[in-house]
Design a protein around this ligand. Structure first.
Ligand SMILES: Nc1ncnc2c1ncn2[C@@H]1O[C@H](COP(=O)(O)OP(=O)(O)OP(=O)(O)O)[C@@H](O)[C@H]1O
Ligand SMILES: [Mg+2]
Length: 495
């Protein structure tokens, strides 16, 4: 049956200079299984998946499909062998429409196929409940819709194995439900193999039949599900991680570091009125809500990247309404964007060049001291990379660490979009230790997160965004995850 697909990886090696990213990987994936690929940041997960899907070459090793060795030299060839992958950071396909993108890669001429392709697109979208308008430019799709498009495109090309690298980052809860239902159905009904790279252990628990764990380029364990989070963490890190208790507020004065007075924020899709908020030194404020409910807009308003259409915003007692990002920075605020390689980091530049960009204030750059400083920061933030590494060669989690390293040491206010996005459990805790250190020095922190657990664990106060409204959680002491989830979904909103 051409439909069955068993994958065997044999003795796969891949080095990047001194880094042995994949070190003798041996794995078997059976048809119809959903397999979680786990491991700390930089463990080699993306590298292995890119090798299997033809996006990267291996130094040595073999891939066997259904008992026969194969070799291929690019993603198109891998797709022809039935293996397709959704990238961790989706590539931009700019000017194409959904339909054009869907047809892309299909053999034959474009025009006569349009109609057939459109029907196929509609049928596949319908099957999984995806909402894809054939005529919409891909540039206007949300991350979740792009992902849906890529899935139906790969299915139309006949892939039998679907690889997803951190697929739930940046998509809404509804999209995640649709995605997981689709993956379960593809495995169960179509006997497809699904490989899922993820740091979100609750996703792995919800979806996978088995897991394989990488550490420093090697396979260090595998396990059949069901398993608990603790068991998975132990398998990944070789030990159970101690829970972090919530730290009491350390605000020692009543003065507001940040004050919003009846602020109105608006963009093309929504308007939020009457946001009033006072944040004191040392306070941690969490912003909860479904993706795109306005949290990011508020964070950006706090650092002058977004203008308030009404109301007033003060930083450390100074009226900053209408001022520029640069002027906000001068008052001692810092901003961390979620989109690593779209904002904040510059592909093509090395770590030293990034450090030099934020630390030097004149046109003259002292490269020796920038390099020394970069080495210190690499050590301090435990970044897997070298001063001369270009930023895009770092693993996703290590890029996030670099973003942290680029932040000023003692800002009065840090506004952070999803500060632990893409980080493994251990690294996420480590980042929070760093943040808690800074709050002890009086820095106030305002952050957004799709992770309810993170919000409840680290916030002194939580603001919930829902359907154009904001609401502060009244009783933080007794707040449960369920309750917060319901508020985000729109229950109990006082309008
Ligand atoms: N193109 C490249 N050039 C140089 N080094 C690379 C390149 N791609 C990956 N590496 C290095 O190989 C190692 C493994 O990276 P990989 O991206 O596979 O990790 P990962 O397990 O996916 O991590 P994360 O969870 O952070 O995404 C890292 O040390 C990374 O810096
Ligand atoms: Mg990765």
């Amino acid at each position: 049956m051409g439909l069955v697909m068993n994958i065997e990886l044999k003795h796969i090696h891949k080095r990047f200079g001194a880094v042995h990213a994949n070190n003798d990987i041996n794995l078997t994936f059976a048809t119809g299984r959903i397999v979680g690929i786990l491991g700390e940041n930089g463990a080699g997960k993306s590298t292995l998946m890119k090798i299997l899907s033809g996006f990267q070459s291996m130094d040595s090793g073999e891939i066997w499909l259904d008992g026969k060795p194969v070799s291929y030299n690019g993603p198109q060839a891998a797709i022809a062998h039935g293996i397709g992958m959704l990238q961790q950071d989706p590539l931009d396909v700019g000017a194409f429409t959904v339909l054009e993108n869907f047809i892309y890669g299909q053999p034959g001429n474009l025009s006569p196929k349009r109609k057939v392709a459109q029907q196929q697109l509609e049928k596949l979208s319908q099957r999984f409940g995806f909402e894809l308008d054939p005529d919409m430019p891909v540039s206007q799709l949300s991350i979740g819709q792009r992902q849906q498009l890529e899935i139906v495109r790969l299915l139309a090309l006949g892939v039998r194995t679907l690889i997803l690298d951190e697929p739930t980052t940046g998509i809404s809860t509804e999209q995640k439900t649709l995605l997981f239902d689709a993956l379960r159905e593809l495995a169960a009904k179509d006997s497809m193999t699904v490989l899922l790279v993820s740091h979100k252990l609750e996703d792995v628990i919800a979806l996978c039949h088995e897991v394989a764990v990488l550490r420093a380029g090697r396979i260090v364990g595998s396990m059949d599900m069901p398993a608990t989070t603790t068991e998975l963490v132990t398998l990944m890190f070789g030990q159970e991680l101690a829970a972090q208790p919530r730290q009491p507020i350390n605000a020692n004065s009543d003065d507001a570091v940040l004050a919003l007075h009846k602020v109105q924020l608006r963009n093309k899709r929504m308007k939020i009125d009457n946001i009033s908020l006072r944040v004191r030194a040392g306070e941690i404020i969490g912003l909860a809500g479904l993706d795109g409910s306005g949290q990011e807009m508020l964070l950006r308003a706090c650092v002058g990247l977004e203008k308030c259409s009404r109301g007033q915003i003060d930083i450390a007692g100074r009226d900053m309404t209408g001022k520029s990002y640069r002027e906000f920075l001068q008052t001692g605020v810092a901003f961390g964007a979620a989109g690593r390689l779209e904002e904040g980091l510059v592909a093509g530049l090395t770590l030293t060049e990034h450090i030099a960009l934020v630390t030097s204030h004149q046109s003259f750059i002292d490269w020796n001291s920038a390099r020394q400083h970069t080495e210190d920061q690499i050590k301090h933030y435990n970044v897997r990379g070298r001063p001369e590494s270009r930023i895009e060669t770092l693993s996703g989690g290590n890029q996030q660490r670099v973003l942290m390293a680029l932040m000023p040491q003692e800002p009065v206010l840090m506004a952070l979009e999803q500060p632990t996005r893409g980080l493994d459990v251990d690294s996420a805790r480590w980042i929070w230790q760093q943040l808690i250190e800074r709050r002890k020095g009086g820095t106030a922190i305002i952050f957004s997160s799709p992770d309810l657990d993170e919000l409840v664990t680290y916030s002194d106060r939580i603001i919930v965004f829902c359907g154009g409204w904001v609401q502060e959680v009244a009783d933080m002491e007794n707040l449960t995850l369920d309750e917060l989830g319901r508020m985000i979904g729109g229950e109990g909103v006082i309008q």
